[in-house]
Structures are given as C-alpha cells and as structure tokens.
Design a protein around this ligand. Structure first.
Ligand SMILES: Nc1ncnc2c1ncn2[C@@H]1O[C@H](COP(=O)(O)OP(=O)(O)OP(=O)(O)O)[C@@H](O)[C@H]1O
Ligand SMILES: [Mg+2]
Length: 308
C-alpha cells in the first residue's frame, strides 16, 4: 500500500534522511519512533508530497507520488507537526474549506463537517474562531481536517501532542478504530501509545531506519526476556559467579548494596533457580521481582547502539 524506497533528503550539506525504505500494507498501522531531530517529520512530509525528496521514491497504491500527486493527495489525510490552521476562520469554515480543497462534493460538506467534528470532539466549538481555541483544541481541529475527506491513508505527525490525558486516550482509541479499515503511519514520543495502537514499528535515528518490526516481533524479541530485581539480607554471602552460571542468566548488575538486577534470556524462567542458589549461599532472600522488557527498552537499546 505505502512503499518507501531508499528515501533521502539533504538540506544544504546536511543529510536529514538517508536511504530509508519500508512498506506499510493495507490496514497496517506503523508507529514511527525516534529521538528529536531523527527525521520523522521530514519522512512524513515526503510521503505526503509536501516536501520533494533528494533521492528515492514513494509509492501509494502502486502510484508514484511524483507522477500522480493530485490523485494521491485525495487518498491521504495528513496531520502535519504544525497544522496549517487559519486563525481568522471559524472551525466550521476551516473544515468546510479543507473538505472542498480535498474534493468533497459541496452537498456532502455539511455532513463531513458534522461527522469529523463529532469524532474529534469539537462540535461545540464549530462557530468559534480558531485563534480563540486552546492548543489542545487546535490539535483536534488539525486532526479533523485530516479526516474530513474520509481518506484511506492517514499520516499523523504526533497526533496526541498537546492534548490532555483523557483526550490522549480518546484520540488513541480513535486512531486504533480508524486503523482497522485504513492504513496509518503516525509518529509519537509516547511509546505506550505505539504499543497500544500499532501493528508495526519503525525506529529512526540520525536519518536512518534502525529497526522495522511487527509489534509481535518486538514482543517476541524481548517480551519474555525478563529482568529480575533481587534483594538479599546478607550481600557479602552472594557468589556472583554462581548466579551468572545459572541457565538463562545473561547479565548481572549490582544496583545498590544488597540489590542486583539480573538479565535473563527469553523463554527461560530463572526465578526458582535464583531463589535456590540464594538460599544455599545463606544470603537471605528478601525480595525477587520480575519485570518484562518493554518497547522502551528496545527503543533505548536501538537508539543508543545506532543499529538494530
Ligand atoms: N527545512 C529544513 N532545513 C534545514 N534542516 C532541516 C529542515 N527541516 C528539518 N531539518 C533538519 O532535519 C533533521 C530532522 O528533522 P525532523 O523535523 O524530521 O525530525 P523529527 O524526527 O521529526 O524530530 P522531532 O521528534 O523533534 O519532531 C533535524 O536535524 C532538522 O534540524
Ligand atoms: Mg517531528
């Protein structure tokens, strides 16, 4: 559905995006992750045709973006990082304007405004000037303009930025619902949001694609690799080499006096063996807690290592 191949963007002599390729199939939701300045917005702008690439290609439904820009823009809904809102228009005027430039028939515009305003929670703001809205409401209007022509492909650049916690959950649920029948690419700094919404993640760092994997692949990679927090009463009795030798233990780090963090291999539950060893050492087991490795851990590892 969306095919990005070897996409590159150079600003002056700075390579903001370098050789990024990925595909998003119909009905998939891709979460684009990466630190500030990684190149996410630049990639999204190129996918939506608002920024010409220096190299590579973008195909949507098999059509090349640069040969068929008008046809492609009709099937894409785009929420830019800074939505292009006209402050002196009312929300109703602005959504009507957005609908008409995206080809919604004039007798269908009122209904399109009603539907998207209701979805985005701005029905009671329709007659207000955009300049008078709070940041979160402006963000909702930005999202509404991306949905007004019922696009099959949605490109959303940090759709939940600036929203309050309740609205974050509502918009996240909305994106998940929309994602059931549409293809979605969205960027976010909130990793739990990506976990909740996406079927796939791509991690970008320094303009490069560092990891592209299905959510199930991400959890398979780390989901069962747990970290165990171990506390003992008599730390001097602990024989670290003996713990390290247990099957499934891959790392051991002293956290503070009497506390260790044990890294374990996926699929092996080491807790019973650790408890037994601690008992035999006479170190006095105080507490053992296991923690599942999250997308956050994967993100930190991939970004720090600069590679998958
Ligand atoms: N028009 C431009 N001219 C020059 N450099 C630019 C331009 N647009 C972006 N850049 C640079 O390209 C790099 C990538 O920026 P981009 O906005 O794509 O990052 P991002 O991943 O979206 O970051 P954030 O998480 O902060 O939104 C940055 O170093 C940025 O300064
Ligand atoms: Mg950005």
């Amino acid at each position: 559905m969306i095919e990005v191949s070897d996409l590159a963007k150079r600003f002056g002599n700075f390579d903001a995006v370098r050789g990024v390729s990925f595909t998003v199939r119909e009905g998939e939701s891709l979460g684009l992750l990466g630190p500030n300045g990684a190149g996410k917005t630049t990639i999204m702008r190129m996918i939506t045709g608002s920024l010409p690439p220096t190299g590579g290609a973008v195909k949507i439904d098999g059509l090349d973006m640069y040969d068929h820009p008008a046809a492609i823009k009709k099937i894409i809904g785009y929420l830019p990082e800074r939505p292009p809102l006209y402050p002196d228009m009312t929300v109703r005027e602005y959504l009507g304007f957005a609908a008409s430039i995206r080809g919604v028939a004039s007798d269908a515009i009122d209904e399109a405004i009603r539907r998207t305003a209701s979805i985005c929670g701005v029905t009671d703001r329709l007659n207000k000037l955009i300049r008078s809205l709070s940041k979160g409401y402006q963000q909702r209007v930005g999202l509404a303009q991306a949905l007004v022509h019922e696009p099959r492909v949605l490109i959303l650049d940090e759709p939940t930025s600036g929203l309050d916690p309740r609205q974050i959950i509502e918009i996240r649920d909305l994106i998940r619902d929309l994602g059931e029948s549409r293809t979605v690419i969205f960027s976010s700094h909130i990793l739990s949001e990506v976990t909740a919404v996406c079927s796939k993640v791509a991690i970008i760092g320094n303009g490069r694609l560092l990891l592209e994997e299905s959510m199930s692949g991400v959890s398979g990679r780390v989901g069962e690799g747990r970290r165990i927090h171990l506390s003992v009463a008599r730390p001097h009795m602990v024989d670290e080499a003996r713990l390290m030798a247990l099957d499934g233990v891959i790392s051991l780090k002293g956290a503070s006096t009497g506390n260790w963090i044990i890294g374990t291999r996926a699929g092996i539950d080491v807790r019973e063996a650790v408890a037994g060893a601690v008992f035999e050492m006479g170190a006095g087991l105080v507490e053992m807690k296991s923690e599942t490795i999250s997308l956050e851990d994967v993100f930190m590892r991939v970004v720090a290592g600069g590679q998958a």
